[in-house]
Structure formats: C-alpha cells, structure tokens
Design a protein around this ligand. Structure first.
Ligand SMILES: [Zn+2]
Length: 412
C-alpha cells in the first residue's frame, strides 16, 4: 500500500485483486503482440506483470482524504457475490475491509463513495452481505453516481446492479448527479463517456498539482500511446476511443506528459489501471470554480386528479420561464406523494402530462416519488417515468430536508 501526498490531500490505493482476469489480447482486441512489444521499453517494469508475462492491471479503490471528506473512488468486486464472468471474482472472500482499515479508514468514516461507472469491478464493495441481505457497506456515505449512468443500468437485468447498486438507491444513500458535479473544492467529476454511457473521471486539484482518476477510460497503460485501442467491454468503442484520444491530447498539449514524466511515472505506478496525470497548479483554478448561487425551489404535489397535476406542472413551467429560463434556477424538484403519484405511472400516463414532464426534466426538474406511497399503491420504480427518483424516507421528510438546504417551498 502506498500513499501519495499532494498538498492538503492524501491518496492511498487499496488493491483488491492484483492481476487482470483477462489477457491483453482479449481485453484490447485491436492490439497485437508486436505493437505492444514496441512499448515494452517504457512499460517495464511498472506496468508489467512478470507472473502473467503480460501488461499489468489491478482492481481496487482509491482513498482520497481531502481536508473536508474521506472519499472512496470505485469499490472493486466485493465479497460473497455470484459472478459467472470470472473465477477470481466469483464468491470472493477477500480482505478488502481489513485492508481499508490498515490504510486508516473504517467503513463508518467514509463520507463519499464515487463510482466512475457501474461495471461489476467498480461497485462491488458498495454493499456487503448481512443476514442474507445486501446492505450498504459504508453506512454514513453518500454514494455518488452520474445520473446518466444510472438511467442506463436501472433497466438492465444485471446482477451487479441488483446486489451492489439498487440497495444503496433503496436506502436513499445514492445521489444522482450531473457528469460535472463538484464534490468539494478539491474533487470534481468530468464526463468521459464511451466505455459506458455515463462514465466519469474524477479530477483532484491541490496546491501541489492535479491528478485524474480515470476509471476505465483506459484498461492498460499502453493505451496512453495507443488511444485508438478500445476494450472489449466498451459500450461504444468509437466514442470511448474519441474520449480517450481527447484526454491524452488535452494533457499532452499542456506538455504535462513530457515535462512531468518522472512525476507522472511515479503516480502511474501507484495508479496503474487508472491514469493519474500531474498538471501545473495554475491550470486548476479554472477547473474547480463553483457556479454562482441561484435560487432553489421544491414543489410539493399530493392531490389526486389529472387537472390538478397538469395545473402544478404548468405552474412549474411558468416559474422557470418567469425567472428567465432554466439557467436562472440552481435546483428545482417536484416531490410527489399520496394519490397524485398514480397519475405518473407510465402505463397510464396522460400524453399531455408526459410531454410537460419531459420538457421540465430536460430543463433540470428533479422528480422525487414518495417511497411510502410507492409501497402503499404497489408502484415500482420501473413503472415511473425515466429519471424518477425514489424517496425511501418519504415525500414529507424530503420536503423538510430540502427546506433545510435552503429550498423555497411551494404547494400550488
Ligand atoms: Zn468498466
């Protein structure tokens, strides 16, 4: 285990599995042994695994401690999970939690879990098995996922989504965010789509330099030199290639890779599967500025009747138009609880209502569905419109929570 200090921030890597389950020839179908051999002189020894005679790759977690938060980036494969894809992943009994403790972090101390994407080897320790149920491993953490990534996976019949993602959505610990979400003044997300639809990288800015946790933007370090090689697991290989090329070019243009190579090498040695690049501190400020504050508002809807529901959505549209458009609203959320929620079940959704909701969601409206009502009326999340978010603590508690966060309360 190695810890890197960057200004006020420390980065520690906990390796769960220290070798790849897939040979490079299979992982990067466009690569050839000859092409890879041309890069051996710089790939060895840091990015090479003598045991497999192949390029190195690891699965694990980064612990990032900023002055405000203890953050985990990606959570590996997990224990006790049935995984047909790989014998190394199947029903694991690994020492991850002990390793995390050895690195100075207990599960209760984790404030934020960031998943670069929702693949099986990045979400596993989100949950653990307790009394035959999957429960969040980190009881006090917010689990931050890109909204677009969750939208893609929520309808897939994928066992890792069911056992490692849905349970944290159900406890209300999941926070769905935009792909450029700011975690704190040191960490923020950046969209890097292609490997999966909502894949994000995590950028760290400190007084001593900048680093990027690139998730599966690259699977092998050789892709820095051969960015056109996408992996066999990329959802959109062409887009993954474009994103990777832009990433490499962006940092090469800043002469980062060349001039800072020794430092970067050391970092990559720590990072291995994830590329970590150093940038001059002067580049940081522009990346890490938060947007100026605008007003936040929560609309509360509980009365049944299509007319009432349409009236409230019309109110919200007028509201957004009245303040000069969605760019003048910081956050707007519609909390639906009680009989009104039945009007939003997709199978019987009124076309005019559906159109209004689509327009509003495209303008940033968050749609929260009371979990108690969902249970009472037997409504599942899949039956609600795209983008709906369950509120397990109930609609009223959510309204209170938003008011505590400075939201203006409106109940038309
Ligand atoms: Zn992946």
């Amino acid at each position: 285990m190695s810890t890197l200090e960057l200004g006020d921030v420390t980065v520690t890597r906990v390796i769960e599995i220290d070798r790849s389950s897939f040979p490079t020839a299979s992982m990067l179908p466009d690569s050839t042994p000859d092409a890879i051999a041309r890069h051996h002189h710089w790939l060895r020894p840091h990015f090479w695994d003598d045991r497999t005679g192949d390029l190195a790759s690891r699965v694990g977690t980064y612990i990032v401690k900023t002055p405000r938060h203890t953050v985990l980036i990606d959570t590996g494969v997990g224990n006790d999970k049935p995984r047909d894809g790989s014998p190394v992943w199947h029903m694991r009994q690994g020492s991850y939690l002990d390793d995390l403790r050895a690195a100075g972090v207990t599960p209760g101390q984790v404030d934020v879990v960031l998943c670069t994407h929702l693949h099986v080897d990045h979400v596993g320790w989100n949950t653990r098995l307790v009394d035959a149920r999957w429960v969040p491993t980190f009881p006090n953490a917010r689990y931050v996922f890109a909204g677009e990534e969750w939208e893609f996976w929520r309808h897939e019949k994928d066992e890792c989504i069911a056992d490692s993602v849905v349970p944290v959505v159900e406890t209300g610990q999941a926070v769905l965010v935009d792909a450029d979400y700011v975690v704190d003044e040191w960490l923020r997300l950046e969209p890097t789509p292609g490997h999966t639809p909502g894949h994000v990288a995590v950028r760290l800015g400190t007084s001593a330099g900048e680093a990027v946790f690139s998730g599966d933007l690259m699977h092998r370090t050789v892709q820095v030199a051969e960015p056109q090689w996408s992996s066999r697991f990329c959802y959109d290989p062409a887009k993954a290639r474009d994103t990777r090329r832009a990433f490499v070019e962006r940092h090469a243009d800043e002469r980062v890779l060349r001039e800072r190579r020794p430092a970067m090498r050391a970092l990559i040695a720590l990072a291995a599967a994830a590329l970590v690049a150093l940038l001059p501190p002067s580049v940081q400020a522009s990346h890490l500025k938060e947007q100026p504050k605008k007003h936040k508002v929560v609309y509360h809807l509980d009365e049944a009747g299509l007319d009432k529901v349409k009236f409230v959505l019309g109110n919200i549209e007028n509201h957004i138009r009245g303040v000069g458009g969605p760019e003048h609203v910081e956050a707007i959320e519609l909390v639906v609880h009680g009989p009104a929620l039945r009007n939003f079940v997709t199978a019987r959704l009124d076309p005019a209502l559906r159109a209004a909701l689509d327009r509003l969601q495209s303008q940033g409206l968050a749609f929260g569905a009371c979990g108690n009502t969902m249970k009472a009326f037997n409504i599942t999340l899949a039956e609600l419109p795209q983008g709906a978010r369950p509120l397990p603590q109930g609609g009223v508690v959510r309204v209170m929570e938003l008011q505590e966060q400075g939201f203006v309360y409106i109940r038309p």
